[in-house]
Design a protein. Structure first.
Length: 264
C-alpha cells in the first residue's frame, strides 16, 4: 500500500476498508475526519505520512489548519527511518512550505526548495515517491520561480511515471498543470484536451473536492454559453462543499472573471 499524498487513495477496488474510508472522506473535503482514522496507526511511517499529507492538503484547499499540519508532519518525520521514508517526508515538508508561500501565509520559498532537494537526494530514481516529487518540483518552478520551461519538464516526467504506475489521481494533476502551461503559450486546443482529461479522471474517481477547479480550468478554453455552464456547475459544487476550495469561491460569482488555472 502506497501512502504518498496522491497514491493509495482508497479509490480502487483493491484497497483495504480503511483506505476506502479515508478516500471517501478526503474526496469530499473532510480531511480532519480522514486523518483521525489514521491517528491510531500514526506511530508507523506510512500512516503517519499519509495523515500529514491529508492535513497539508486541507491547508491547500482551505488556507486553514497550518499548526495541525505541522504537528502531523513532525510526527511523520520522526517515524521515518529508511531513505525512502525520509525522502517522502521531506517531499511533504516541501509541499507544505510551497502551499504556505503560494497562499500567502508565510514566504517559505527557500524551505520548499531545500526540502524537495533533500527528497531528491533520498529517493532512488525508481522509488514510488519519485513521480510526486517531480510534480511538486514542477509546482515550485512554475509558481514560485517563474520558470515554466523547467516546470514543464518536471510535470512531463511526473506524468510519464504516473502513467506507467497507473497513478490516476496524480495524472489528473499532471494533465491539469501541463494544460495550464499550454494555455499560457496560447495552445488552446492542447489545453482544452488536458483540462478535459483532468476533469474526466476526477469525476471517475469521485474526487469531488478537486472537480470544481477542473471545471473552472476547462471553462477557460471554452466559449459561451459552455464556459458559463461549467463555471455555474463549479459554483454549485463549491457551495455543496461549504465554500471549499476557498480560493475558488470568489471567482465563481457571476460575471465570471477570467484568470489563470487555480493551484489544485
Amino acid at each position: 500500500m502506497a501512502y504518498t499524498a496522491m497514491s493509495g487513495s482508497g479509490s480502487t477496488a483493491g484497497d483495504d476498508p480503511l483506505q476506502t474510508a479515508v478516500w471517501r472522506l478526503r474526496s469530499r473535503g473532510c480531511w480532519v475526519d480522514a486523518a483521525a482514522l489514521l491517528a491510531p496507526r500514526a506511530d508507523a511511517a506510512g500512516p503517519a505520512l499519509q495523515r500529514a499529507s491529508l492535513l497539508v492538503e486541507r491547508c491547500l484547499y482551505t488556507g486553514q489548519g497550518w499548526e495541525e499540519a505541522e504537528d502531523a508532519l513532525r510526527t511523520a518525520e520522526a517515524t521515518a527511518h529508511a531513505d525512502d521514508e525520509r525522502g517522502e517526508a521531506a517531499c511533504e515538508r516541501g509541499h507544505l512550505a510551497y502551499v504556505s508561500t503560494l497562499l500567502g501565509a508565510h514566504d517559505r520559498t527557500d524551505e520548499a526548495r531545500a526540502a524537495l532537494g533533500r527528497a531528491a537526494a533520498l529517493l532512488a530514481p525508481g522509488a514510488r515517491g519519485r513521480a510526486l516529487l517531480d510534480f511538486r518540483r514542477g509546482l515550485v518552478a512554475e509558481k514560485l520561480s517563474g520558470s515554466p520551461q523547467s516546470a514543464r519538464g518536471a510535470y512531463t516526467r511526473a506524468h510519464a511515471t504516473a502513467t506507467d504506475r497507473g497513478d490516476t489521481l496524480l495524472l489528473s494533476f499532471t494533465w491539469r498543470h501541463l494544460a495550464g502551461l499550454a494555455l499560457r503559450r496560447g495552445e488552446v486546443a492542447e489545453a482544452r484536451h488536458g483540462f478535459a482529461e483532468s476533469l474526466r479522471i476526477r469525476e471517475e474517481l469521485g474526487f469531488l473536492v478537486g472537480t470544481a477547479p477542473a471545471l473552472v480550468s476547462l471553462a477557460e478554453t471554452e466559449q459561451e454559453p459552455e464556459a458559463g455552464r461549467l463555471r455555474a456547475e463549479a459554483g454549485r459544487l463549491v457551495r455543496l462543499l461549504g465554500g471549499v476550495p476557498t480560493w475558488l469561491a470568489e471567482r465563481l460569482v457571476p460575471p465570471f472573471p477570467l484568470s489563470p488555472p487555480s493551484p489544485a
